[in-house]
Design a protein around this ligand. Structure first.
Ligand SMILES: Nc1ncnc2c1ncn2[C@@H]1O[C@H](COP(=O)(O)OP(=O)(O)OP(=O)(O)O)[C@@H](O)[C@H]1O
Length: 227
């Protein structure tokens, strides 16, 4: 039986004192690709932020890659994040350094020390996203789609058990979105688990996967209609 990567039982998510999502019960198994959909403000980002320890869990039980979010302490957060790959809508690359230096920065910050091993890892992840020849470029020299490929490469650096993507195609045109989505599909096909918040219904129809909707403070699975 596939192992569980994420589990929530009776979880409530708050922003300050406001209840954003209540009574969440869900399980994601290794290798799944799961969409989280819902209107602006419905709680998608709050949900993902809870998973990477950016919003504290105040009610319910949740485990993410073997960490209990209820018991999570400040000192545990960097270790939790090493097991996660996080991809943002706005890429969040450091503008003052090249692609390779962006990746090296993350490796060093997560405990890597040997230059040869770092170089190999950087080449490996850039190759996975089709950016091997562009490691010397600076973020402003790349298109949005290329920047997001680097964002995905960065998320892969520490062989994450779970990839969390918050609107990864939100700043991209439809064609580039499909190209970035293809990269995420390939990564999923190699066995990695991905939870992706999105507004992009065209992508969901093109690449159908389990879909969980945030609506009216609830999260529930929706069955996609065949096209
Ligand atoms: N830092 C914050 N402090 C207080 N309330 C917040 C904060 N961030 C978000 N909220 C509120 O929490 C609710 C959920 O926001 P969230 O960003 O999770 O939604 P979302 O579904 O990701 O929206 P979008 O699609 O626009 O990114 C919204 O009502 C928002 O106003």
């Amino acid at each position: 039986m596939a192992e569980t990567v994420l589990q929530m039982k009776d979880v409530d998510i708050f922003q300050n004192d406001n209840l954003i999502l209540s009574n969440i019960n869900l399980e994601v198994k290794k290798g799944e690709f799961v969409y989280v959909i819902g209107k602006t403000g419905s709680g998608k980002s709050s949900f993902l932020r809870t998973l990477y320890g950016d919003l504290p869990l105040s009610k319910g039980q949740a485990s993410v890659v073997d960490y209990s979010l209820k018991k999570l302490q400040e000192k545990d957060i960097p270790y939790l994040r090493r097991k996660l790959g996080i991809i943002f809508q706005d890429f969040q690359l450091l503008p003052d350094r090249s692609v390779e230096q962006n990746l090296e920065f993350v490796l060093k910050a997560t405990g890597w020390t040997e230059p040869a091993k770092m170089q190999l890892k950087i080449e490996e992840v850039l190759d996975k996203v089709g950016m091997k020849s562009k490691g010397f470029k600076f973020p402003h020299q790349l298109s949005g789609g290329e920047q997001q490929r680097v964002g995905i490469a960065r998320a892969l650096l520490n062989d994450p058990e779970l990839i969390l993507a918050d609107e990864p195609t939100g700043n991209l045109d439809p064609q580039t979105s499909v190209e970035v989505m293809k990269v995420l599909q390939e990564i999923n096909q190699t066995g990695r688990t991905i939870v992706m918040a999105t507004h992009d219904y065209a992508l969901i129809l093109k690449y159908p996967h389990k879909t969980i909707k945030c609506d009216g403070n609830k999260m529930f699975e929706v069955i996609q209609k065949a096209v």
